[in-house]
Design a protein around this ligand. Structure first.
Ligand code: TYM
Length: 333
C-alpha cells in the first residue's frame, strides 16, 4: 500500500443477504474511494456472533458477502478484502480496549438497546462490548475515514472517545477516525415500514431488497412498498414511504431530490414506482452477473481470502506491537 494515501476502514456483518440499504449507505461509496485511499474492507464475522448464527449459513453468507464486495466493483488488489476472524489482532486489540471503555458508555449505545430488546433471550456480553471490537477494527489500521451509513454514527463517536482516551495516557498511538456518511442513501428505510431502517436481518422479506434479488422481485417489492393516499410525489417528513423511494431513486441514478421531484411532478404512484423499480433493477444487473461469474471461480476467491488476510495481518501487527510496548507488555524475545 502506498504510504502517502489516507487510510479507510469499513465492514459489514455477514448476518444475512445484504440489502439495498447496505449498498447505498456504504458499499456503493466504498467503490468510489478505492483510487484515492488505501482501503480495508472487512467481512466482520466476529461481530455477527453476537446474535445466534447457523454455522453453515454463516460460512456461506461470509463467502457470498466477500464476492458481493468484489461484484460491486471493489478491486481485491487495490483494497484489502478479508474475513475478520482470519486476523486475530482484532480480538487482541479489542481486549485491551475493553479495559479503556466504561460500562456507562456502552450502556448508552442505541444498537445495544435495540438488539437486547429483539434478542431478549440472548443478551450476551459480546453484544454489550460490540462497539469495542468495532473500535479495535478501525484503530488497528490507523484509519482516517470510515464510510458507513447513518446508523453507525454513534459507534464512530465511541471509537473516537476510546482512541482519544488512550492517546491522552500513552501519547499519539491511534489516529482519530472520522465518519464518512453519504448525503443521499445514508438511511434507507424498510419498504413496508418506512419509519424504521431497512435491515438484512428483517424477517419480512418484503421490507428489504437484497442485492441479489432478481429484477422481477425488485420490481414487485417496490410496487408493493407502502406510500400514502395523497398521490403527490415530494420529499417530506410526513411522507416517509414516498421520500424513501425518492432517496433510493436518487442514490441509484445520481440525481438530486429536486430533480427527481420535478421528473415525477405529473406522475401517479404507479408510474413512479415502476420507474424506481426499473432503475434499481438495472443498477443491480451487472453486480449480479459478476457475482455469478465469481461464484464459479473457487480458486480465484480462495487466493484472495488467503492473500488479503496476510496483508491485513501485517498491517495490524504494526499497531498492536506499538500498543503492547506503550502499555508495558514485555517484549517478545
Ligand atoms: P451492518 O452490517 O449492519 O451494515 C453495513 C453497512 O451498511 C450500512 N447500513 C445502511 N445504510 C443505509 N441504510 C440502511 N438501511 C442501512 N443499513 C445498514 C451501515 O451503516 C454499515 O455502514 N457495526 C457495523 C459493522 C462494522 C463496522 C466496523 C463498520 C464492524 N466493524 C468498523 C465500520 C467500521 C454493522 O453492523 O454494519
Amino acid at each position: 500500500m502506498a504510504d502517502d494515501k489516507k487510510i479507510i476502514f469499513s465492514g459489514m456483518q455477514p448476518s444475512g443477504l445484504i440489502t439495498l440499504g447496505n449498498y447505498l449507505g456504504a458499499l456503493n461509496n466504498w467503490t468510489k474511494l478505492q483510487d484515492e485511499y488505501n482501503c480495508l474492507y472487512c467481512i466482520v464475522d466476529m461481530h455477527a456472533m453476537t446474535v445466534r448464527q447457523d454455522p453453515a449459513a454463516l460460512r456461506k453468507q461470509s463467502r457470498d458477502l466477500l464476492m458481493q464486495y468484489i461484484a460491486c466493483g471493489l478491486d481485491p488488489e487495490k483494497n484489502i478484502i478479508y474475513y475478520q476472524s482470519h486476523v486475530p489482532q482484532h480480538a487482541e486489540l479489542s481486549w485491551i480496549l475493553n479495559c479503556f471503555t466504561y460500562m456507562g458508555e456502552l450502556n448508552r449505545m442505541t444498537q445495544f438497546k435495540e438488539k437486547s430488546q429483539k434478542h431478549a433471550d440472548n443478551i450476551n456480553a459480546g453484544l454489550f462490548t460490540y462497539p469495542v471490537l468495532m473500535a479495535a477494527d478501525i484503530l488497528l489500521y490507523q484509519a482516517d475515514l470510515v464510510p458507513v451509513g447513518e446508523d453507525q454514527r454513534q459507534h464512530l463517536e465511541i471509537t473516537r472517545d476510546i482512541a482519544d482516551r488512550f492517546n491522552k495516557i500513552y501519547g499519539d498511538v491511534f489516529t482519530i477516525p472520522e465518519a464518512y456518511i453519504p448525503k443521499v442513501g445514508a438511511r434507507i428505510m424498510a419498504l413496508q415500514n418506512p419509519d424504521r431502517k431497512m435491515s438484512k436481518s428483517d424477517e419480512n422479506k418484503n421490507n428489504t431488497i437484497a442485492l441479489l434479488d432478481p429484477p422481477e422481485v425488485v420490481m414487485n417489492k417496490i410496487k408493493r412498498a407502502v406510500t400514502d393516499s395523497d398521490n403527490e410525489i415530494r420529499f417530506s417528513e410526513d411522507k416517509p414511504g414516498v421520500s424513501n423511494l425518492l432517496s433510493i431513486y436518487c442514490a441509484v441514478t445520481g440525481k438530486t431530490i429536486p430533480e427527481a421531484e420535478a421528473e415525477f411532478k405529473n406522475c401517479g404512484y404507479g408510474t413512479f414506482k415502476a420507474t424506481v423499480g426499473e432503475a434499481v433493477a438495472e443498477n443491480l444487473k451487472p453486480i449480479q452477473a459478476r457475482f455469478n461469474e465469481l461464484s464459479k471461480d473457487k480458486a480465484y476467491i480462495d487466493g484472495i481470502i488467503k492473500n488479503n488476510a496476510e496483508r491485513a495481518s501485517r498491517l495490524a501487527d504494526r499497531t498492536l506491537r506499538k500498543v503492547h510496548k506503550k502499555i508495558g507488555f514485555p517484549p517478545r524475545i
